[in-house]
Design a protein around this ligand. Structure first.
Ligand code: PGA
Length: 245
């Protein structure tokens, strides 16, 4: 699974250019490839992707847990109405800039059914990492699925906050070990003992992606900055094509 998270970037002109670059570089495959542009552009993106037969899925970067008088929010029904196929939840930028607590993220998670894929982001800050608290923080963040029946539509994204947009990453071996930890925790705390897919996010680029994909328990990537370039993103997907994941 390879997901592009555009965050608050893009314009109609950029999408047009991006799609042309992507189309010219992508090698068709049956891998799960998704793009989460800003909400306003999902329809524009969706239409172009169908028109050019690009086969990637469209998603959103967050949802609200209810509809109604909540200025600025979007609901699950709207996301489905727009034919989006996945939702990113609990991204560290939502946790930091929008003060999203684990409780709030849990409420969102609870309303999402299995017809739409969820990518739940977890990850420690630089200080937490320095203080050796990574596993404690991940356990806390994963507690939102404690005691629940989890479907295969749920994927966990391990995104250490200190690696996002910084050019710094853990080593691929360190990420692999954390992914094993995350899979173990999810298996032990969920009611149906599911072992989820775990993808990595944080400064993944065309040039370092294969080092990560080579690791057994890294099931894909969530890509921010490097996904804004259509050719670069297509090449990351092409790199992933060679792996049985
Ligand atoms: P980055 O962002 O690839 O720019 O580090 C990743 C993310 O925030 O999902």
């Amino acid at each position: 699974m390879i997901i592009a998270n555009w965050k608050c970037n893009g314009s109609k002109k950029m999408i047009h250019h991006w799609l042309n670059q992507y189309k010219n570089s992508i090698i068709p495959s049956d891998k799960y490839v998704g793009v989460a542009p800003p909400y306003l552009y999902t329809e524009n993106f969706l239409n172009s992707s169908i028109e050019h037969n690009l086969g990637f899925k469209l998603g959103v970067q967050d949802i609200n847990s209810s509809s109604g008088a909540i200025t600025g929010a979007i609901s699950l029904d709207m996301v489905k109405d727009m034919n989006c196929q996945f939702i990113i939840l609990g991204h560290s930028e939502r946790r930091i800039f929008f003060k999203e607590s684990n409780l709030k993220i849990e409420k969102k998670l609870d309303i999402i059914d299995n017809n739409i894929d969820t990518i739940l982001c977890v990850g420690e800050s630089a200080d937490e990492n320095k203080n050796g608290e990574t596993q404690t923080i991940l356990r806390e963040q994963l507690s939102v699925i404690d005691g629940k029946d989890i479907a295969s539509s749920l994927t966990i994204a391990y995104e250490p906050v200190w690696a996002i947009g910084t050019g710094n990453t853990p080593t691929s071996q360190e990420i692999n070990d954390i992914h094993i930890f995350i899979k173990d925790v999810v298996q032990s705390i969920t009611n149906n003992n599911i072992v989820p897919k775990v993808i990595y996010g944080g400064s993944v680029t065309e040039s370092n992606s294969e080092v990560f994909f080579n690791e057994e328990f890294i099931d894909g990537a969530l890509i921010g900055g490097a996904s804004l370039d259509g050719e670069g993103f297509a090449n990351i997907v092409n790199n992933f094509n060679g792996y049985e994941k």
